[in-house]
Structures are given as C-alpha cells and as structure tokens.
Design a protein around this ligand. Structure first.
Ligand SMILES: NC(=O)c1ccc[n+]([C@@H]2O[C@H](COP(=O)([O-])OP(=O)(O)OC[C@H]3O[C@@H](n4cnc5c(N)ncnc54)[C@H](OP(=O)(O)O)[C@@H]3O)[C@@H](O)[C@H]2O)c1
Length: 301
C-alpha cells in the first residue's frame, strides 16, 4: 500500500547509528503503529515522514490512524456519517448483483478497519439481503482503541427497512455481539416489528413516512440518540443517495477498482438528482495493486 496524497514528506537522513527516524515503526499486523492520533489532520502529521511512494503492507493500526474519525463536535445531529463504497472505473457499484467482484484484499482490509472504528454500521435492507450480512466481529486489532473510546467491542449493524422483509432467523439478528438495530417507520407492519424484536433486534422508529419509510436525516439523529456518533454506511446506492440528498453525508471513502464492467449496474448513489451538486474535498488517497482508496470530506456551505 502506498500513500499518494497527502504527498509523503521524505524521511530525514539516517541518524549516526543508522536508525531511520521519523517513520512509524513497523509493528505486527493489528497493533497501532506510531503515535495514536485522533483527527485526520493529526493523522497526516503523525505519519507524514515516510519514503515517498513507499510500497509496503500497512499494519491495521496504521490504517486505523489514517482513517480515525474526527473529534466531536460533529454536525447538528452530533454524529459524523462516513460512507465506504467501491466502484469500477466505469462507475459500477455492483456486478452480478454484488459488490464482491469489484473488491480486493486491500479493499476488504480497509473495509474491516472502517468497521473497527465505527460505533454503528448503517446499511440498506437490500444490501443486507443480497450480501448476506452477518454480525460485525470483535477484532483484537481494534480492542484497545475501542475500549479507550468507550465503544462496544464490535459495531452494531443497523439495517434500514420499510418492509421489514428480513430473515430474522439469520445470525445477523440472533447472534450479534451487540444487538442489531432495525430502523423503520412508525407505520411498519406490527407482526414484522414483533418478529424483529423476538429475534433480539432493537427496533428504532425514525419518521412516520408512508409504508414504513424513514427520513435519511432521521436515521442519523436516531442513531446519535442511541449514543452512536461515529457512523459508517456501507450503502447500498439507494440508501446512500438518500443520505446525500438529506445533506448528512460527511465523508465518502471511495475505492476505485481498476476494472470496467459496462452494463447497467447501479452507481454508488441511485436516487433523484440533487438540486445542486454537493462539493467534497480530497482528504487522502492510498493505492494498492491499482486500486485507489480515496477519502473525500464534504465542504460545509
Ligand atoms: N459498491 C459498493 O460499495 C456497494 C455497497 C453496498 C451495496 N452494493 C450493491 O448495491 C446493491 C443493493 O443496493 P440497493 O441500492 O439496491 O439497495 P440498498 O440501498 O442497500 O437498500 C434499499 C432498501 O433499503 C431500505 N430503505 C432504503 N431507504 C429507506 C428509507 N428511507 N426508509 C425505509 N427503508 C429504506 C428499503 O428496504 P425494504 O425493501 O426492506 O423496505 C430499500 O428497498 C447490491 O447489488 C449490493 O451488492 C454495492
């Protein structure tokens, strides 16, 4: 993995003892490398002294430093919503109905790191159904960092659904470390709400739209009220477009896969066009095996 942006500052010349300075120490995978940092600016400062374009495997701790959530205060809801998506060069967000054909080992590694940093992972029901979502795991690599921030050992998965047409016998609902959250509208079908609760899910109502639909901003507010302020959404495109339209998407981590698919696959956002394009600024770019791991922050108007 190489850092392409911010452009790395060359490491200083070797010390008389021959020990390189300024670079984070190599640590076993899963441990934190270098100084723990909490904001992206500090992160940049903390790991800037490295050999330009150096290509090496990053420890999970280094990736976690690079992707650390900004310190509060966040937006009006008190939460920070980050999205993690992968796209082909020609803009496809799915192939054969799934995102896996677009992914890579490095993409999955970053996927895991972003989960390791989040309080809750918000996902649209169609993605949960198609990708066979399971509960998030507690991973040793993130245990200390999570404990220090007062986070549960693993993030909660929050599934957004109007229909509640979900298989509540699945481990996602019956075996999570922290109860899976089902976010729906006040008019959702009573028997499906009961089925969700019977399986162990926490049902959260976020709005009174028709047929169980919820407002995207209300999802963020509802999760923040549960104490989940470091939010990660893994899409899918329908839900992500709603977050963007509601003006609550703070950051987009977009992996650009060196693949083309043509066809009529969904883009990473699939919803009504925005009145005005929303502007983002580039925060960082990593590269591995031709995949670009970009991170864009929303510019608040
Ligand atoms: N490239 C990537 O990074 C990536 C990431 C994720 C997914 N994907 C792909 O994207 C596809 C699935 O995405 P999708 O756009 O079809 O679906 P989606 O966004 O994952 O889920 C849509 C569903 O979420 C629920 N939902 C969304 N907004 C809602 C609201 N405001 N109120 C209540 N419920 C709401 C509804 O569920 P109900 O139908 O239950 O009411 C809706 O049908 C899959 O092929 C998946 O592999 C790709």
């Amino acid at each position: 993995m190489r850092r392409l942006f911010p452009v790395p500052v060359p490491a200083p010349a070797e010390t008389p003892t021959g020990t390189p300075t300024g670079r984070p120490a190599e640590t076993p995978a899963g441990t934190s490398a270098g100084t723990p940092v909490g904001t992206s600016d500090a992160t940049t400062a903390g790991i800037s002294a490295e050999t330009p374009a150096e290509n090496r495997e990053w420890a999970l701790g280094e990736l976690a430093d690079a992707y650390a959530y900004p310190e509060p205060p966040h937006g009006p809801s008190g939460a920070f919503l980050r999205a993690n998506m992968v796209s082909s060069l020609d803009g496809a967000a799915q192939h054969d109905g799934r995102s896996k054909p677009l992914s890579s080992d490095a993409d999955m590694r970053i996927f895991g790191v972003l989960r390791g940093l989040a309080d809750a992972v918000v996902v649209g029901a169609e993605t949960a159904r198609r990708e066979g979502y399971r509960p998030a795991r507690a991973r040793e690599a993130f245990a200390k960092r999570r404990a220090a921030l007062g986070q549960s050992p693993a993030p909660a998965i929050a599934v957004v659904s109007a229909s509640l047409d979900l298989d509540f016998s699945q481990p996602l609902f019956t075996e999570p470390l922290v109860p899976t959250i089902v976010i729906t509208g006040a008019t959702a079908a009573e028997e499906r709400i009961e089925a969700a609760r019977a399986a162990g899910a926490e049902v959260v109502f976020a709005g009174a739209g028709p047929s169980g639909r919820v407002g995207a901003a209300a999802i963020v507010t509802a999760l923040a009220e549960l104490g989940h302020t470091r939010l990660l959404t893994e899409g899918g495109p329908t839900l992500l477009a709603e977050f963007a339209a509601a003006g609550v998407l703070d950051e987009l981590c977009l992996a650009v896969a060196p693949l083309v698919t043509a066809g009529d696959a969904k883009r990473i956002m699939n919803g009504p066009v925005l009145g005005e394009p929303e502007r983002f600024t580039l925060a960082s770019v990593l590269e591995e095996a031709g995949f670009l791991f970009t991170r864009y922050r929303r510019i608040y108007q």
